[in-house]
Design a protein around this ligand. Structure first.
Ligand SMILES: *Cc1c(COP(=O)(O)O)cnc(C)c1O
Length: 230
């Protein structure tokens, strides 16, 4: 087996164990392979191992890989990084999902720029559940208004919420921000939004996220190895 295939099996086992501990079906949790900074060859190796969903943080890098990987393969491309106004068109034209909506202006641009021949762009609103520690995402207090506004935009389909909590080694502390995100998610469902995605959990804290209800975990290092930003 390739290194990726070994890692994939190990991560799937972690997901299965965490799901089973929480009384959840592991099939209800999507594994997003975060391929940022990794070469196309790594993506293709992952595809051969059966991986279908890929996450990218940098617009041009993600677009390049998606185009090189081909359109015939039924791959799903997720944009998960900070998104600036001048990059929204490329994202609207080339990705299937955006997890990092943090203000209405970005969502409005994606809505206007999503090509009509494509299915609606699946989007998540990113919420800053760790307060000052992270600068990305809207505040928990602003999440409801932003979600209701985004849900009304054509060309977009609001799927749920995403968060990147402050890193912690303590499994109990890891769960607290995930629980907070889930609380907001359930509140919005109660207000009538048809949400199905809680995008939370990465290599070091996916068990805590699954315990708190994650439906999609975003895993880079545990699948592809350490990133080299040099
Ligand atoms: C890089 C990144 C990940 C993956 O992180 P790992 O710790 O390598 O698993 C997940 N989500 C987002 C938004 C990222 O930027």
């Amino acid at each position: 087996m390739s290194a990726f295939a070994d890692n994939l099996q190990a991560v799937r086992q972690r997901i299965a164990r965490a799901a089973s501990a929480a009384g959840r079906d592991p099939e209800s949790i999507i594994l997003l392979a975060v391929s940022k900074t990794k070469p196309l060859a790594d993506v293709l190796e992952a595809v051969r191992a059966g991986q279908t969903d890929f996450g990218e943080n940098y617009v041009q890098e993600g677009v390049d890989k998606r185009l090189a990987a081909g359109h015939e393969l039924p791959l799903v491309w997720h944009f998960i990084g900070p998104l600036q106004s001048n990059k929204t068109r490329l994202v609207a034209e080339n990705f299937d999902w955006v997890h990092s909506i943090d203000r209405l202006k970005i969502a409005e641009r994606l809505s206007q720029q999503r090509p009509p021949h494509l299915p609606p762009l699946s989007v998540c609103v990113q919420v800053n559940v760790s307060g000052e520690a992270s600068k990305s995402g809207c505040s928990p207090a602003a999440a409801a208004d932003l979600c209701h506004a985004v849900a009304g935009l054509p060309g977009l389909r609001l799927r749920g919420l995403m968060a990147i909590p402050e890193a912690s080694d303590d499994p109990v502390a890891q769960r607290q921000p995930f629980r907070e995100l889930r609380r907001i998610y359930e509140q919005l469902q109660g207000e009538g939004l048809a949400l199905d995605t809680l995008s939370m959990g990465m290599s070091h804290d996916l068990e805590a996220a699954i315990a708190e209800g994650a439906t999609l975990v975003r895993v880079g290092t545990a699948l592809f190895g350490e990133r080299n930003y040099a």
